[in-house]
Design a protein around this ligand. Structure first.
Ligand code: NI
Length: 179
């Protein structure tokens, strides 16, 4: 188990389009995923992408199989390792909601995302994953997969009046809130 430090916005490694995984079910890949989960949980994140710990591979982890007691109303997103993902919007509806990012600490912004998506990719063993998602689940997947293309959420924003420091926007919110 290893908890890695998370790269912050300004680091050019967060702006790269990273390469697909070509060999599955290896010790190196397994260890990467364990480290990403440990790092995500230690930072109270909702998801993490490999470039955030400096690894230039198309690997993201997100979700949890246990509800977060601080956010009992938040829909549960299944704990998922998603490799070489492809996202396809279903319809053209978008929705705006608040996002944060472990690479953009202390800030929140309202980001437009597709309301409904289909996403496909592979698990650690190379077995295909294909799901549809909406709402928060769809948002998390779009946010994490953007990291693989070198896109951070502020680059998706259209209204910077809705961008600011968490402690100012949401006074009283617990400081180690999910990102
Ligand atoms: Ni992020």
């Amino acid at each position: 188990m290893a908890i890695h430090s998370i790269l912050k916005m300004g680091d050019p490694r967060l702006l790269r389009a990273v390469r697909p995984v070509t060999t599955f079910d290896t010790d190196v890949l397994r260890q990467l995923v364990v480290d990403m989960y440990d790092t995500m949980r230690a930072a109270h994140g909702a998801g993490l992408a490999a470039p955030q710990i400096g690894v230039d591979l198309q690997v993201v982890v997100f979700g949890s199989d246990e509800p977060n007691p601080r956010y009992p109303d938040r829909p549960l997103v299944p704990a998922t390792v998603l490799i070489n993902p492809v996202i396809t919007p279903i319809g053209s509806d978008e929705e705006l909601d608040w996002e944060g990012c472990l690479s953009v600490p202390g800030l929140r912004g309202r980001v437009p995302r597709w309301s409904r998506i289909r996403y496909a990719g592979f698990d650690l063993q190379g077995r295909p994953i294909e799901r549809t998602a909406e709402g928060f689940h769809a948002r998390v997947v779009q946010h994490e997969c953007d990291h693989l293309a070198g896109i951070l959420y502020p680059m998706r924003m259209r209204d910077f009046t809705q961008f600011g420091f968490t402690e100012v926007l949401f006074p009283g919110m617990v400081p180690d809130q999910d990102d």
